[in-house]
Design a protein around this ligand. Structure first.
Ligand code: AMP
Length: 413
């Protein structure tokens, strides 16, 4: 039985905010996390982006803050896109409660952000670098923070932000409420939980680092020099209304965009060399249908909050298996279905094997009808020996259990 928003201890302004956001029923993470956060508990949420986790912490935080002076809630998140996305949800809700929300992130001029902070702020949504900058310059103090959220903790660890995050945590008052969200529970995340949180309630949505069932996954084996031709043919054949294509590097994203353009396919790019306004334009164009193809790298992909992505194409297979889960989580959101494909060359078989081990199943091999394949030499992933020394998150979850890490409730998403 799912509960309604009004059964989650939310008060009137927050229920109005929910209505404004257009949500009718809480998602599983919202149903479980909201009452616990309102009750003042520390919470560890093991949930991917796309599960509704933003509202799961934004709503109860705004409710708990009430009126006061200074920064009383802080959300730390790895990328500016995520920062902007959380900021948008928080500002929409705070309109009804009268609190001030400011986003603090790098890559844009410092001064306008500081001016907003100086005008008075209750909630700061920040990326670690710019936040530390502001603290060090004496433009922001965290001594009144009552609630801190560490969002996408696994990604902050992966990106090497953790020392910065720890520096930020040391600036916070001892007595505070801590919320941590992570798609995967690696050893690093477990240590962060142990070191930072106090007797947390654990909430897990779905399996650890598991792709959502609604994603139809397939592998297309292809020779390396036919990869782009296969992609072109794939796009012509399937005519996806919104396809998100991943490459390993920024340079490869640029090159692919040019190659597609030569075939008359107009795409746009998102990677960390693009300016903030270029990224916003790319996202906007992708959202409004000007571009049916968006080419991205993993670092920025987490900020892509676009509904209706019909296809995720792994033009380059991810080198970290958990990135595969993050990538394909961009499609099949809010109950819709989606396709995720991997273009597999002979060099990628080890990576595919790691992905299949992580998700616990083999991904179906397919050929594109009508495509003139050259002779392929691509070993089956079953025939490839395991690469030594690779840690998989599945092991991480098992270790977590061995260390007494228990999840409060298992809910299938
Ligand atoms: P998040 O996991 O916070 O990135 O949210 C993923 C997407 O789900 C966003 O586009 C939200 O607007 C949407 N969403 C969040 N909560 C709900 C809800 N209760 N009902 C419908 N959509 C939601």
């Amino acid at each position: 039985m799912t509960l309604s928003f009004s059964e989650l201890s939310l008060d009137r302004p927050m229920l109005d905010a929910v209505e404004r956001l257009g949500y009718t029923q809480p998602t599983p993470i919202q149903e479980q996390a909201i009452p616990q956060i309102i009750a003042g508990r520390d919470v560890v949420g093991c949930a991917q982006t796309g599960t509704g986790k933003t509202a799961a912490f934004v709503l109860p935080i705004l409710q708990r803050l009430g009126k006061g002076q200074g920064v009383r809630a802080l959300v730390v998140t790895p990328t500016r896109e995520l920062c902007a996305q959380i900021d948008a949800v928080a500002r929409a809700c705070a309109k009804l409660t009268g609190q001030h929300v400011v986003a603090v992130y790098g890559g844009v001029p410092y001064e306008p952000q500081v001016q907003k902070v100086r005008r008075g702020v209750d909630v700061v949504i920040a990326t670690p670098g710019r936040l530390l900058d502001m603290i060090q310059r004496g433009d922001l103090t965290l001594s009144k923070v009552e609630i801190v959220v560490l969002d996408e903790a696994d990604r902050m660890l992966d990106m090497g932000f953790w020392p910065d995050v720890q520096r930020i945590i040391r600036k916070l008052p001892e007595k505070r409420q801590n919320l941590l969200f992570s798609a995967t529970m690696s050893r690093g995340v477990l240590e962060a939980v142990r070191d930072t949180l106090h007797d947390p309630v654990r909430i897990q949505i779905g399996e650890v680092a598991m792709p959502v069932d609604e994603v139809n996954q397939a592998v297309y084996p292809v020779n390396i020099d036919q990869k782009t031709d296969l992609l072109v043919q794939f796009l012509r054949h399937h005519k996806p209304p919104r396809a998100l294509i991943f490459t390993r590097t920024k340079h490869r994203a640029d090159r692919l965009e040019h190659a597609l353009a030569r075939h008359g396919i107009k795409g746009t790019i998102m990677h960390s060399n693009r300016t903030q306004s270029q990224r916003e334009k790319a996202l906007e164009g992708f959202k409004n249908g000007r571009y049916s193809v968006l080419i991205a790298t993993d670092i920025v992909a987490r900020g892509i909050d676009v509904d209706g992505i019909s296809h995720v194409v792994n033009y380059d297979i991810p080198t970290k298996p958990e990135d595969y889960v993050h990538r394909i989580g961009r499609t099949a959101r809010a109950g819709a279905s989606g396709e995720a494909v991997i273009l597999l060359t002979a060099d990628d078989v080890h990576e595919l094997k790691a992905i299949e081990r992580l998700i616990g199943s083999e991904i179906e091999r397919r050929d594109l009808p009508g495509f003139e394949y050259e002779h392929r030499h691509i070993p089956d992933s079953k025939d490839v020996p395991k690469r030594p020394g690779k840690m998989l998150y599945r092991g991480g979850a098992q270790r977590a259990m061995q260390r007494g890490f228990r999840f409060s409730k298992k809910v299938a998403h």
